[in-house]
Design a protein around this ligand. Sequence first.
Ligand code: PLP
Length: 431
Amino acid sequence: MTADLYSADHARALDSADPLAGFRAEFLLPRHDGHEQAYFCGNSLGLQPKGARAHVEEVLDKWAAEAVEGHFTGQAQWMPYHELVRDPLADVVGAQPSEVVAMNSLTANLHLMMVSFYQPTIERTAILVEAGSFPSDRYAVESQLKYRGLPPGHTLIEVEPDNADGTFSMEAIERAIRADGKRLALVLWPGVQYRTGQAFDLKEIARIGHEVGAIVGFDLAHAVGNLPLQLHDSGADFAVWCHYKYMNAGPGAVAGCFVHERHARTHRPRFAGWWGHEQASRFRMGPEFVPTPGADGWQLSNPPILALAPLRASLDLFARAGMDALRAKSESLTGYLEALIDLRLRDTLQIITPRDPSQRGCQLSLRVTGGCGLSGRDAGRALFETLGGQGIVGDWREPDVIRISPAPLYNTHADVLRFARAVEQWRSAGA
Ligand SMILES: *Cc1c(COP(=O)(O)O)cnc(C)c1O
C-alpha cells in the first residue's frame, strides 16, 4: 500500500478530494519549459494573486481621474484605505480589529514596538531572543540596546536550542525565561523559526514571560497565513509580521502590527506621526499629539496606497478559504511530503523540522546528507540546482539545507510528488 504513495494516481486522488483545489487558479504560476513551476518558496515570496492587478490599477486610475479628490471619494478612498484590510487581517491573526494595523515594514514595526514596549529599568534591562534569530531582528534588538546606552553583551540573552537538530523544547524556553526572569524586560520570540520551521506555543510563552514580569512580543513573519493564530487570546503584548511571504501581497508589501487591547490607551512612550493621531481632530493640525486608541495609534505616515492595494486581493482569498480549511490542507500536503521522504529518501534528506504537526507550519527544512556520488554541501548545492533546472523552486540556507514550503492556497499533492521524484532520480543518477 505504502509504495503507492509514489504513484501519480495517489497524488491525483488526494488533489481531487481537496476542497480548496480551486484556489490555485486564483494565482499566477511562473512557468518553466512550458509547464507551471512546482513553487515551494512561499516562505520567501508568495505568488501573485490574479486579483492584485485590478486593485493596483484601481488606485492608478483613481489617481489619474481624481488626483487629490481620490482621498475622499468612492468606496476605496485613500484617507481610510488601511481600514479596508483591517477586519480580514484581524481574522487571519485571531485579533480584534482595533488590535491590528497594516503599516510600514516588518523591521520598522519591530523598532516602533520596542520603542514603546522595551522600557528598561534599573532591575530589568535584558531582552531574550532565540539564538540564530533572523538577522534583521537581531540587528534591530542589538541597535535598540545600544541606542539606550546598554551593552548588548550583558543585556542580550540568546537561548541556544537544546535539540541536536537545532529545535527547542518548551522546557528549554521556560528554563531560560525563568533563569533570568528578574532582569528580563522583553521576550521576543518567533511564531515559526525561519531556518528550522519549528512552530511555538505562543500562549504558553506569553504566559511564562508575563509570569516573570516581562513584556512578550512575537515576530510572526513565518507564521502569518501559515498557521491559524489566536493573537488576542495568546495574551501577547505586541506582534509584527510581513505580508510578502505566506500572505502573497507582493515584494516589499506593507507589513502588519498587533498591539493587545490592554495597551490600547497606553501612556508608554512612542515615536509618533500624524497618521497615528486621533482621526476626528487630525486635520485641525494642532501641535499636540493625541493618539488614536489601538494599533492605529502607532501609524506614522499616510500609507503607501499602491503598496497596500495587493493585500486586499490576498486577504479576500484568505477570507474565502478560511484559516482552518487552509491548515487542514497544509497538514495533508506537508504530511505527504514527509511520508514520501520517509519512504524512499531517508539516505538523502534529513528532516530537521519537528515531526509533530503541532510544532510546524507548512515548511520542511531538509538537510541534504548526500546523493549522486556527492556529500555535504556539494550534494546540497547540486541537488538544489538540479531542482531549479526542472522548475522545482525551494530555497537554500547555508550550509546544507533546502527549505520546501507547500502552500495550501496554490500547491498540490502532485507538486509534492514531483519534488520527491526529482530527488529520487537525482540521487540514483550518480550510483
Ligand atoms: C522575512 C523576515 C524579516 C524581513 O524583514 P523586513 O523588514 O520585511 O525586510 C524579518 N524577520 C524575520 C523573522 C523574517 O522571517
